[in-house]
Structures are given as C-alpha cells and as structure tokens.
Design a binder for this molecule. Structure first.
Ligand code: SF4
Length: 186
C-alpha cells in the first residue's frame, strides 16, 4: 500500500486544457484544499482514447442503461472507441491503488449521476458517462463523487470519511481490496 492517498480526478478539474473546446474546468477547492491531503491521478477519457483537442461535442443517446456516445453534428458513433479504452484503463487503474475518484459532472464520459441521455428530441437526466459507469462496474466500493456535489458540506464530509476509511482498508487488506473481503470488513 502507498503512504500517499491517491485519488483519481477528471483531468479538466485539475486545470488541464483537455475539454472539447480547448478549455478546462479548474476547481480550486480540489487543487488547493484537497490537494494538501491527496495525491491526484488525472484522467481524461476522451483525450486518452484518441480524441483531439479541440473536438466536436458529444452526447449520450438511446438506452440509459447502455447508451451510445454520439457527436452532436457529424453524428459519429464513438461508443466502441470509448468502451475499448475504458476496458483497458480500468485494468491499469487497478495498479494505482486509488482510494477514490472525483468526476466532472454532466459529461457523457465522466459524469457520475444524472447525465442527460437523448432519445430523439427528448432527453432525461438518467444516465452515467461511459467512463464513470465502467469505473462503477469495476470498483463498486471505491468512493466516487462529482465536483459539483462536493460543494455540499454534508456530501463532502461523507466522501472524505470514505476516502480515509478506504485507504485504511487497503492497509489491512492490501492493494485494491477484493469486493468479498470488503463486504466482510465494512
Ligand atoms: S469531463 Fe472528462 S472527458 Fe471531458 S474534458 Fe474533462 S476529463 Fe476529459
């Protein structure tokens, strides 16, 4: 187990200019306050899966449980490109011994909760970004939150407690604790 507490973060929240428009979404609470306690592992699924900066914006479409990732104007289907990346990336992240993850809200790749999924002209906030969903499937007990929700003091406190607890569990059980062992110790 590493002594530092490692937390994965959507790279644009750390100020990296990786968004579709070449910008970022630097969150100073994350970098300046949480940065005093945690070591960050930046991840930008869209850039890491081979997309350019800048790039065409995209959105989720279809079945909220199994959505497609489609570009807004040229209608390119990027679902397989992203899912192939997610499959390989979650395996690599197992080696990082992360204690949590902070995702960028509303993103079709990184959004954890209530991401818009379109069906025709209608949309509903009932999906998760493809990378966030892959992380949830692979690490079901890993503490995860969105940057927007961390501005709520109660949500923030619970998230931080879970991070420290997960780190201590790693110390007892080694690396990324297997789900069945965690169930017996939480
Ligand atoms: S939300 Fe995720 S995919 Fe989009 S720019 Fe930020 S890190 Fe990259």
């Amino acid at each position: 187990m590493t002594a530092t507490i490692k937390v994965g973060v959507s790279a644009c929240l750390l100020g990296q200019p990786v968004r579709y428009d070449g910008g970022h979404k630097h969150d100073r609470y994350i970098t300046e306050t949480l940065g005093a306690f945690f070591s960050f592992v930046p991840v930008c699924p869209e850039v890491e899966c081979g997309m350019t900066v800048p790039r065409e914006p995209m959105r989720l479409e279809g079945d909220p449980c199994n959505p497609r990732l489609i570009t807004n104007y040229s209608r390119s289907d990027l679902t397989e490109q992203m899912l192939d990346y997610c499959c390989a990336k979650v395996r690599r992240l197992e080696q990082e011994e992360l204690c949590g993850f902070i995702f960028k809200k509303d993103s079709p790749s990184c959004g954890l909760l209530q991401v818009k999924v379109y069906a025709g002209d209608e949309s509903a906030k009932n999906g998760s970004g493809l990378f966030a969903a892959a992380m949830q499937r692979t690490f079901p007990l890993l503490p995860m939150e969105e940057e927007g929700r961390l501005h709520d003091p109660a949500i923030r406190e619970i998230f931080l407690k879970r991070l420290f607890c997960y780190h201590r569990l790693q110390g007892f059980l080694g690396n990324t604790p297997p789900v069945e062992l965690l169930h017996n110790h939480v």
